[in-house]
Design a binder for this molecule. Structure first.
Ligand code: SF4
Length: 628
């Protein structure tokens, strides 16, 4: 008997309407674990190289891990993946909430959606009963309205929904997949893939408890977390949520400001977690089974900028993207922008950083009032930012161009504006400036998903003996300063980054400060395996390399593992003013990482020997076939 999984894949062909069930065996499960592992496997095996990400050949995958849906804190996550229409490479985006556990409770580990429907449909999954239903009445609706109509139509208010908003319907390349109306599988433009398939939503209701090998051990770990999390790294998220990072990053000199031109925002107090809590916070929310409750719910009763609590509240990333990064210091407007993203299904990082890029173009004269449709798109103009956000969702005017993401927009705007885009592989950088986190920058540059803050290390946590404790079981024993790019730092990046990828495979929230031993115990308690930290770390490295191999087959190389030029300009003021790394220093560190990872210095792909060592020689075969 397999525990921690059902061993079931639900495959739905949207072109033909065919619905099929496939089985997964235990060796497969143990080798690839789940999440990113299943996504990378399916993309490599099932996609021909070079397919159009917005064509019917692309596959959209919703997948869980062995911990998803188990009665333990942080086990409320699933992963969504496809070939990205934003980067052209591997996309894997993680999301919390309640949809994830419901999908597992319905008896499925993974959904693979292929083909494309002729007219809008939604997928209704009630345990083993699976049905494609007409969604013409839902197409065009904002997410909360669509969820209400689905629940009303099916007569069950406990149905969980993952869906696209109007942005995904219009195949905006920075569109996301919204879960539960207020959680986003945000990165990679996965909402556009869903829109290209005319799949408005997936509605799920399940009644089965996911199988666990050792429920007593899971219960014991869950109780330990409940009683102790406040004293671990998770505790900080329970006090001020993720918005606490506004102040932290300001103090470090790396709060992205005016399109990353600066790292300090003079008005940061006005957009801080404390200001939000005092003025607009009306409650806290959580994900399945989690006592941390890091989600701040906001409400704004202002006729100009109404914000409804059902859409949750902005995380740090949303606050930074629409706040300091666009030079906006009005929380009402930032909260409104967060709601517009959730209602329309837009990635708040992608949208905020793309608008910040457009603001820089406007201030420097490459965009004019004629281009913006009369909007004075200067930094700090909050109302203009909101209007542009709505235009992106509807692909109107300049919004149609910005809907393509900043890199594609710069190619059309010209005038050297590409140098002002803050993106890697076409995906906009999150609110973490590599100039105050050198190792993070390295991780962001090589990530197979493009700029990605989720699995790239955050150096700030590893500068002290206390901080480094988490990495000691991986053999990283010495703290290093944020501005170190030595071989020792590169080694730290390698081990920590790969370990973080295990979250994206197992379905564990990254904010849960489980030690490596505890994470291993959790996975063993769910599955019944006797896995070691070493086995799980290698599984994560296998999967990370498979994602890199997918990109290599699509033509990615060292030229794509670069940071944007902005990060080679020293920060002009603040605590780290004038400091920074040169392009040469960065390339030397990146090449060292290639060496330690066993990646070919010319192609940046994992070598055959490395893939054989990881037990996936078939991936090396695929790479060689693609060259013939
Ligand atoms: S820490 Fe926050 S994001 Fe993570 S599971 Fe708990 S509530 Fe969700």
């Amino acid at each position: 008997m397999v525990y921690g999984y059902w061993g079931k894949v639900l495959r739905v062909n949207l072109s033909t309407g065919a619905i099929a069930t496939e089985d997964l065996d235990e060796i497969f499960l143990r080798r690839y674990i789940g999440g990113w592992g299943f996504i990378a496997y399916a993309l490599l095996k099932e996609l021909a190289p070079g397919i159009d990400p917005l064509g019917p050949q692309n596959k959209l995958i919703f997948t869980t891990g062995p911990v998803t849906g188990q009665a333990i804190a942080g086990g409320g996550r699933n992963m969504v993946g496809a070939k990205s229409p934003l980067t052209g490479g591997f996309a894997g985006s993680e999301v919390g909430g309640f949809f994830c556990a419901e999908l597992k409770r319905a008896g499925w580990d993974t959904l693979i959606l292929e083909g494309a429907a002729e007219k809008p449909v939604y997928l209704w999954v009630k345990d083993g009963q699976v049905e494609l239903r007409d969604a013409s009445h839902l197409w065009g609706l904002e997410t909360a309205d669509a969820q209400e109509r689905i629940r009303g139509g099916l007569g069950d208010n406990l149905i969980r929904v993952a869906q696209i908003g109007p942005a995904g319907e219009r195949q905006v390349r920075i569109a996301n997949v919204i879960h539960d109306v207020n959680r986003a599988a945000g990165r990679g433009g996965l909402g556009a893939v869903m829109g290209s398939k005319k799949l408005k939503a997936i509605a799920v209701r399940g009644s089965q408890k996911p199988p666990a090998a050792n429920p007593e051990a899971i219960g014991e770990l869950a109780r330990w977390f409940r009683d102790n999390y406040k004293a671990t790294g998770s505790g900080v998220f329970a006090t001020l949520g993720t918005m606490r990072m506004v102040r932290n990053n300001q103090n470090a000199g790396g709060l992205p400001t005016r399109n990353f031109q600066e790292g300090v925002f003079d008005e940061y107090e006005k957009i801080s977690a404390e200001a939000q809590t005092n003025a607009y916070t009306v409650g806290r929310d959580t994900c399945f089974g989690c006592p941390v409750r890091c989600k701040w719910i906001v409400e704004v009763n202002d006729s100009d900028y109404p914000v409804d609590r059902k859409y949750g509240g902005p995380e740090y990333e949303t606050t930074g993207s629409f706040g300091s990064c666009c030079g906006v210091d009005d929380l009402r407007i930032i909260n409104r922008a967060g709601q517009l993203c959730n209602a329309n299904g837009l990635d708040s990082i992608g949208a905020g950083v793309t608008i910040a890029f457009a603001m820089e173009c406007f201030e420097k004269g490459l965009l004019t009032l004629a281009d913006t449709g009369g909007l004075d798109l200067r930094f700090g103009n909050g109302p203009a930012m909101l209007t542009m956000l709505e235009r992106i969702a509807r692909r109107e005017g300049l919004g149609d161009l910005l809907a393509e993401g900043s890199r594609r927009a710069a190619a059309r705007i010209g005038g050297g504006s590409l140098a002002w885009t803050v993106q890697v592989k076409g995906q906009e950088v999150a609110m973490h400036d590599p100039r105050v986190k050198y190792g993070h920058g390295l991780g962001v540059a090589v990530s197979p998903t493009g700029a990605d803050h989720m699995h790239s290390v955050h150096d700030s946590g590893y500068q002290t003996a206390g901080g480094i404790e988490e990495l000691e079981p991986l053999g990283i024993l010495e703290p290093l300063p944020f501005d170190d790019l030595s071989t020792a730092k590169v080694r730290m990046v390698r081990y920590a980054m790969i370990w973080r990828v295990l979250n994206n495979m197992s379905g564990i929230c990254m904010f849960h400060a489980w030690t490596p031993q505890q994470k291993t115990e959790i996975i063993n308690a769910c599955t019944g395996w006797d896995s070691s930290i070493m086995e799980l770390w290698l599984a994560a490295e296998r999967v990370y390399d498979m994602a890199r191999a997918f990109n290599a087959r699509e033509g990615f190389g060292p030229q794509d593992d670069l940071l944007p030029p902005r990060f080679l300009e020293p920060l002009p003021r603040g605590p780290v003013a004038g400091r920074g790394f040169t392009g040469e220093q960065f390339i030397a560190a990146r090449n060292k990482l290639y060496e330690l990872m066993g990646w070919d210095p010319h192609t940046a792909a994992p070598s055959r020997a490395k893939l054989e060592d990881l037990g996936v020689a078939w991936v090396a075969d695929l790479l060689e076939e693609a060259k013939r």
